[in-house]
Unconditional design. Structure first.
Length: 250
């Protein structure tokens, strides 16, 4: 189900005869008490979100440029809490003066509660949260050390400065923003990929939330799709159950 689609009332009927027959049979089964719900499986939902990836957004960092590229996503189900879960593989890249200081793969896990509005015939995703952002230590991971920073970014003649002089060296490089930039680059002195990620987690979280706030996280049932047309006529609620997105018809 695409995240945005026209209202059911604004769509002309384009349902093939075979599907119209399925719709009539399904309504008969409901009247006979033989059909209570319809399930959308993980595989079906994956087809519906395929066009969302890849997706790239920028990070606002004190010096240089930062970006996160969400490469692919996989849906999971939290039956106990009635939540749809999206597990995404992403990459983060931090570049300064056209040199990569940091890169890593991340697993970003978000969740949302599905709800159905009978009046508008629309499925909504509510209570959307970013649950975890986890570092993946693989061959893609990279972090540059202090020697690299000094040799790459500072003029010849000061590249023998020791780590404690990093702030002084930054004043020659950043002109007026040395305190902020030096504090940021000090993250790299420990050589900890996790420390750099922890610094950027709030920014990544905020950027994703901003993307979600502007996205249309709803889907209006389509008259051209017989299963959705059935739910638009008799649907009551939607829940995550038995590792399915279950649409209750009665």
């Amino acid at each position: 189900m695409p995240l945005s689609s026209p209202s059911i009332d604004s769509q002309p009927s384009r349902m093939p005869l075979k599907d119209r027959c399925k719709l009539l049979i399904a309504r008969l089964l409901i009247k006979l008490g033989k059909l209570r719900f319809d399930d959308f499986t993980k595989e079906e939902l994956h087809e519906l979100i395929a066009d969302l990836f890849p997706h790239r957004f920028s990070l606002n960092i004190p010096i240089g440029t930062g970006s996160v590229n969400v490469q692919e996503g996989e849906i999971a189900f939290d039956n106990e809490n009635n939540k749809l879960v999206l597990q995404c593989l992403a990459s983060i890249n931090i570049d300064v003066a056209n040199n990569t200081l940091y890169r890593a793969h991340l697993v970003v896990v978000s969740s949302a509660t599905p709800q159905y509005d009978e009046i508008s015939k629309t499925v909504l995703l509510t209570h959307v949260n970013i649950d975890t952002i986890t570092l993946v230590n693989d061959n893609y991971a990279l972090i540059q050390d202090s020697h690299y920073l000094l040799n790459k970014f500072f003029p010849q003649g000061i590249n023998n400065l020791v780590t404690s002089s990093l702030r002084s060296a930054m004043s020659l490089f950043t002109v007026g923003t040395s305190d902020v930039a030096a504090e940021y680059l000090k993250l790299y002195l420990s050589g900890s990929k996790q420390a750099v990620l922890d610094y950027h987690k709030p920014q990544i979280n905020q950027a994703i939330q901003s993307e979600l706030n502007t996205a249309n996280l709803s889907h209006t049932m389509r008259e051209s799709h017989w299963r959705e047309a059935l739910f638009a006529r008799v649907g009551k609620s939607v829940r995550v159950e038995d590792d399915r997105l279950r649409f209750y018809l009665v």
